[in-house]
Design a protein around this ligand. Structure first.
Ligand code: TYD
Length: 225
């Protein structure tokens, strides 16, 4: 069976959910998987940074629990290039160890974040030491393209409120950075869409049930097409 974009989707779907910190990607990932299961379909939720060895390392770095010694005797964060390489390495490990086995076993896979996050966060030109987006893309060129990506387009203030409620602030979570990241994300999403990726932009400033309904409807259409 083929879709309007001409690709074969008889096999289970590989779905990515993307958005700024606080945009609700984790909630929507879990909700989509629950709804697919309620319909009797096999589905698994996963995430990036993954729960594998490299993903765990990255999470510790982002939260500041893992630092490295600096020449002045203090501590410092790992460099941006290294972090971009780690995200790309985690992605390939995640694909090999979790995503592909689940797809092969006939389960739909929904990942909370994927390479779009790397293009937005590591490729952000507004960063103090910007990386070349093309280089970041090259690092990720072996990563499988999702069958569909849902991009949660949320207001920055709404994201910040949710993050404040959660009490979690990692190195990306302040208003100025989130605004820059939102711009970069939108640009990346538009570019990938123009290149032929199936990307659905969603207004995420709505009650979460309405967003889930839209995601489920599109997914069911794809499964049934
Ligand atoms: P996130 O899923 O938001 O973690 P948590 O739910 O624990 O807050 O991801 C952690 C951060 O990692 C988030 O700010 C986005 C960032 N990130 C990148 O910078 N590049 C990437 O490739 C990915 C997958 C995430």
């Amino acid at each position: 069976m083929t879709t309007s974009r001409g690709d074969d989707i008889d096999t289970p779907l590989f779905i990515a959910i993307e958005g700024l910190d606080g945009s609700g990607s984790t909630t929507q990932t879990d909700q989509l998987v629950s709804r697919l299961r309620e319909d009797g379909l096999a589905a698994v939720a996963t995430r990036e940074p993954s729960d594998g060895p490299i993903g765990s390392l990255i999470r510790q770095m982002l939260s500041g629990r893992l630092v490295q010694p600096a020449p002045d005797g203090g501590t410092t964060h790992v460099g941006r290039e290294t972090l971009a390489l780690l995200f790309a390495a985690d992605r390939l490990d995640h694909l090999e160890s979790a995503v592909k086995p689940a797809l092969t076993a006939g389960r739909h896979v929904v990942t909370d974040r994927y390479y779009h996050s790397s293009y937005a966060y590591q490729g952000d030109p507004g960063d103090e030491q910007p990386l070349d987006l093309q280089w970041v893309r090259t690092l990720n060129e072996r990563a499988r393209t999702p069958d569909v990506t849902f991009f949660l387009e949320a207001d920055v203030d709404l994201c910040l409120d949710r993050l404040a409620e959660r009490g979690s602030r990692d190195i990306y979570e302040n208003r100025e950075r989130l605004t820059e990241l939102r711009d970069q994300y939108l640009q990346v999403i538009d570019t990938l869409d123009e290149e032929g990726e199936r990307i659905v932009r969603l207004d995420a400033d709505r009650p979460r049930g309405a967003i889930t309904d839209e995601i489920v409807e599109t997914t069911m259409d794809l499964i049934g097409s």
